[in-house]
Write a protein that binds this ligand. Structure first.
Ligand code: DI6
Ligand code: FE
Length: 397
């Protein structure tokens, strides 16, 4: 297939950004064979389909590298409580929060969980997402953690989208282990991780290092277990307070630290040395009405890749729009539209340890988004408007 007369927002093999006006892309089976200006297009592109894009913009397919998209129920009641003045932590300590979604998720059948997740996945796909990460963490017992991860794997069979799973057994201490976080790790979380890994359901291991969740030393135990299974790690770190999670993650050469509102320059320096990505989640920042900004200047000056994601979850970011994430990253975090685009493509892929997507260059997977706009800045600029024209997943429209 040859795509012609398109504007191309490319990231090349080295991750350098470029804008090609009147460009072409040659796709062969599942891969991009050639990308460049129309006049240089190779002659031997064969008798395949030709598609004139009439000046539309092509970007890499979007990567949503941090979601809790598999869950049951919703938390609109809690939203009302918070609007009445309760903080996220107060709601959690009063038995709401993550644990209320745990009850709903444990009670849901596998079919119902899949069905509700697919409506949200379809919203992502309709905005050009071709790769997404899905975490467990609302089961918090062996059976339900495995159920969530099976549903995540099924999504990749039900829809043309690539799914990377993260085991998040260390998301919250469930009610039956209240005050006994270490016993929960020993009796549930670590055995669940081993069982899920044995079943081929785990691509990475995540945790929530926070006052309302797990301490740095408890997360260390989870990371040691991940290491012994040969699984990469990542961490929800410094979202509500600074507990040193980002530096712990760096010690374990994590793929990313996520949230980071309370991270310091020292944390960022440790992340840079470890070659980690920062995953920024403006939806959660907005929804919690947080005012402390993540350390943008330090991330830039230390050259840490800044990925962006929806954090789609029922408690702090009931968001299924990567385009709105891009807009929020610009308006709330003062990121540039170009940084926003690389956040949901190249850097999102990097945060998942993927090297074959999130860019437009020869050899990359043919995961593309074609937009009814001329310039990439338009993607971050509009609010609540979806200009996706077509999506190509692994070379197929
Ligand atoms: N941080 C978050 O923002 C989500 N999980 C996490 O560790 C919130 C999950 C929830 O409130 O249900
Ligand atoms: Fe999260």
């Amino acid at each position: 297939m040859l795509l012609t007369h398109a504007n191309l927002a490319t990231f090349d093999a080295d991750g350098a950004y470029g804008l090609v006006t009147d460009g072409a892309i040659w796709i062969e089976s599942e891969c991009i064979r050639w990308v460049g200006p129309m006049q240089d297009a190779p002659q031997e592109t064969g008798a395949g389909e030709r598609l004139d894009l009439g000046g539309r913009l092509v970007t890499p397919g979007l990567v949503d590298c941090h979601t809790h998209i598999v869950h049951a129920g919703n938390r609109s009641k809690e939203f009302e409580m918070r609007l009445g003045g309760a903080s996220y932590e107060e709601v959690a300590r009063a038995g709401g929060g993550i644990n209320s979604t745990v009850t709903a998720t444990r009670d849901a059948s596998e079919e119902d969980l899949l069905c509700s997740a697919l409506t949200r996945v379809d919203a992502l796909i309709s905005e050009g997402v071709t790769t997404l990460e899905i975490k467990s963490g609302y089961g918090l017992n062996i059976k339900s953690e495995l159920k969530m991860l099976r549903v995540a794997r099924k999504i990749a069979r039900e829809r043309p989208v690539r799914v990377k799973t993260s085991f998040l057994g260390a998301h919250s201490v469930p009610a039956e282990y209240s005050g006994r976080a270490d016993a929960y790790l020993d009796e549930v979380c670590l055995p669940a991780l081993a069982a899920a890994d044995e079943a081929g359901l785990v691509d990475a291991v995540d945790g929530f290092c926070e006052g309302i969740a797990f301490s740095r030393e408890q997360i260390r135990r989870v990371f040691e277990a991940a290491k012994s299974l040969g699984l990469p790690v990542k961490l929800h770190a410094e979202q509500l307070s600074n507990l040193g999670g980002a530096q712990l993650a760096a010690e374990f050469s994590a793929m990313s630290s996520d949230h980071l509102e309370y991270a310091t320059e020292e944390d960022v320096a440790a992340m840079a040395r470890a070659g980690m990505a920062a995953v920024l989640l403006p939806g959660a920042f907005y929804f919690l009405r947080e005012t402390k900004l993540p350390p943008l200047e330090a991330l830039r000056s230390h050259g840490v890749a800044m990925a962006l994601a929806t954090d789609c979850n029922p408690g702090t970011s009931p968001l299924t729009s990567p385009l709105l994430v891009m807009n929020m990253a610009c308006t709330l975090f003062r990121m540039t539209p170009e940084e926003a685009l690389s956040g949901v493509t190249l850097h999102g892929a990097q945060a998942l340890g993927l090297n074959d997507c999130g860019k437009l260059c020869a050899g990359a997977r043919a995961d593309l988004a074609i937009w009814d706009v001329e310039h990439p800045a338009e993607l971050a600029y509009r609010i609540g408007f979806n200009p996706l024209h077509k999506r190509i997943f692994a070379g197929a429209m």
